[in-house]
Design a protein around this ligand. Structure first.
Ligand SMILES: NC(=O)c1ccc[n+]([C@@H]2O[C@H](COP(=O)([O-])OP(=O)(O)OC[C@H]3O[C@@H](n4cnc5c(N)ncnc54)[C@H](OP(=O)(O)O)[C@@H]3O)[C@@H](O)[C@H]2O)c1
Length: 260
């Protein structure tokens, strides 16, 4: 799908990957509707024509208001980027269920609810793209990040199912699986601090701008799955071909993290 002239609704766009997506989409000629809780930071993203909604997208009235305002201002929604998300560093066997529910509300139920709200507008026009920002942790379960992986695997599965359900309506679904991206994501995560080997494991780190460029290109070529950086596919392939060996390696990192 060409981005030029399209209306893009991007969640979690006050900083990090979402803000970078807003910049990349705007540079390609998209009209932006952006949402996040921090109004001040949101105000610094996008040009004069940008529609900004300050609010928490785990709240149903906020989600309804974002979608209604966008349709009112621009006449429709062509691209939904479900980007807002949060991490949770804690072993699943002792993680706080309150944190787990908060995680799933933001990483899974908010994208689902927003998809449900924008799809009728997209179906009317027989076109649209829904982009769900998952993670490499949505392809390979990371033991120090199990519940986050649960949320991102579920988001990936939701993406696949919606793709089949909406193909006949001309609506394209894409999932994006970044590895480590240089943002404040780790500092914002729920639970404990990340294990030291993980926090330091930035060998293949990319910038938010590089990640956003991969998102924009993925929309343009109607990719099903974007793994960025592409070296992440090696881990995905290894985990499919040699699951026990990859699990042992991850368990060793987890052990060294716990004792670090
Ligand atoms: N950074 C990485 O290494 C990495 C790797 C793989 C996948 N990802 C995924 O990429 C996405 C973006 O992550 P990021 O690295 O850009 O994280 P980030 O820097 O922490 O940014 C998160 C964004 O989401 C917004 N947000 C958080 N809670 C919200 C809520 N309840 N309602 C509305 N907006 C909310 C935040 O803005 P406010 O605080 O203003 O609400 C912020 O704009 C997430 O889905 C994450 O899981 C990140």
């Amino acid at each position: 799908m060409q981005i030029q002239g399209k209306v893009a609704l991007i969640t979690g766009a006050s900083e990090g990957i979402g803000a970078a997506c807003a910049r990349r989409f705007e540079a390609r000629g998209a009209r932006l509707s952006i949402v996040a809780r921090n109004a001040e930071k949101l105000g610094a993203v996008g040009g004069p024509g940008t529609l900004r909604t300050a609010g928490d997208i785990t709240s149903e009235p906020v989600r309804q208001s974002v979608v209604e305002r966008t349709v009112e201002q621009f006449g429709g929604i062509d691209i939904l980027v479900n980007n807002a998300g949060i991490g949770l560093y804690a072993p699943a066997w002792k993680a706080s269920l309150t944190d787990a529910r908060r995680l799933l509300e933001l990483n899974l139920f908010a994208p689902l609810a927003l998809a449900q709200q924008v799809v009728p507008y997209m179906r009317e026009r027989k076109r649209g793209a829904i982009v769900n920002i998952s993670s490499i942790a949505g392809k390979v379960t990371l033991p120090w990040f199990t519940l986050y992986s649960v949320s991102k695997f579920a988001l990936g599965s939701l993406t696949d199912g919606l793709r089949s359900e909406l193909k006949q309506d001309g609506i394209h679904l894409m999932v994006v699986c970044p590895g480590y991206v240089e943002t404040a994501f780790q500092a914002h995560a729920l639970g404990d601090r990340p294990p030291k080997p993980i926090a330091k494991g930035r060998r293949f780190a990319i910038s938010a701008e590089e990640c956003a460029e991969a998102v924009a290109r993925g929309v343009e070529r109607e990719a099903r799955t974007v793994v960025v950086p592409r070296i992440g596919w090696v881990l995905v392939a290894l985990s499919r071909l040699f699951p026990a060996a990859v699990e042992s390696g991850l368990a060793a990192i987890n052990r060294s993290g716990a004792s670090a």
